[in-house]
Write a protein that binds this ligand. Structure first.
Ligand code: PLP
Length: 275
């Protein structure tokens, strides 16, 4: 199956296009001219929902976020190569190899240990050198796919301190993990990411402060000063359906929005990639 024989229901496509337009307008209304990346979180949603937004949103939506490594690999295989994929789910060491082989993987946003950073770097390096030993792709290739390169990385920070949340603890651990990622040849440190406490996110409006967002910004400033970087060169990935406007007011560079675009998600056991 290729994207040319994937069926798109026109009514569903129109609803998705209208919902993403509304989210884009809500972002622009609070961003004060700053560029804020919208990652459309498509986990557990079928591939043709994604294709509808690639083909019919104006401008096309190309950044999509997924939580499950296998689901992401399958969708990446099926869908156009100009999509920029984000892995935002809980990362296990065992996922690093398959993720590293996705040519158009734009970012892994859930790096929280040195070991996972090192594995992702190592496997990306192996993947990139396997490409360069293949016969050089002919320059007449019609494919517009970008050449695979480094994987961008956000360090996930556990800003809420909840033991059930993954993420690197704030402070020296975050600094040291950022230093490691900066030194790895096949990864690029893009910034920091947090999910934050649900209770706080529900209570967040554009006018209230959210401790998780404040804490992530403090961690960003700490990392910047320890690594000798300009703070504005490190991204903050924070904000989801419940709280993305408040997150942008608090300085977010990237919001990850799922249900407000795609609707509520059913159970994982009922999710289908091809419908
Ligand atoms: C699912 C998910 C989102 C999107 O959540 P919505 O509430 O559906 O917008 C964002 N970030 C992460 C890490 C997620 O797992």
């Amino acid at each position: 199956m290729t994207d040319t024989d994937m069926k798109i229901d026109p009514q569903r496509a129109a609803a998705l296009v209208s919902q993403i337009k509304t989210v884009r307008e809500r972002i622009a209304a609070v961003a004060r001219g700053r560029d804020v990346r919208l990652v459309a979180v498509s986990k557990l949603k079928p591939a043709n929902d994604i294709l509808a937004l690639v083909q019919q949103a104006e401008p096309p939506q190309l950044h999509f976020g997924e939580n499950y490594a296998q689901e992401l690999s399958q969708k990446a295989e099926l869908l156009p190569r100009n999509i920029q994929w984000h892995f935002i789910g809980g990362l296990q060491s065992g996922h690093c190899k398959s993720l590293a082989k996705i040519p158009n993987l734009f970012c892994v946003s859930s790096i929280d240990t040195e070991k996972k950073a090192q594995l992702l770097d190592k496997y990306r390096g192996e993947y990139l050198s396997s490409l360069s030993t293949l016969s050089p792709s002919s320059s007449s290739s019609p494919s517009p796919s970008p050449v695979p390169g480094k994987i961008n990385v956000h360090i996930q920070v556990n800003t809420s301190g909840e033991p059930t949340k993954s993420g690197c603890p704030p402070g020296p651990s975050v600094v040291s993990l950022c230093r490691t990622v900066s030194s790895l040849p096949n990864l690029h440190l893009l910034g920091l990411m947090t999910i934050g406490a649900v209770a706080r996110s529900v209570a967040t409006t554009p006018d209230t402060e959210n401790e998780d967002f404040e804490r992530l910004r403090q961690q960003r400033d700490l990392v910047a000063s320890e690594l000798g970087l300009e703070p504005q060169h490190l991204e903050l990935s924070m904000g989801m359906s419940e709280d993305f406007e408040g997150a942008i007011v608090a300085g977010s560079s990237e919001v990850r929005v799922g249900s407000t675009i795609f609707g509520a998600r059913g159970p994982k056991s009922e999710a289908k990639i091809k419908v």
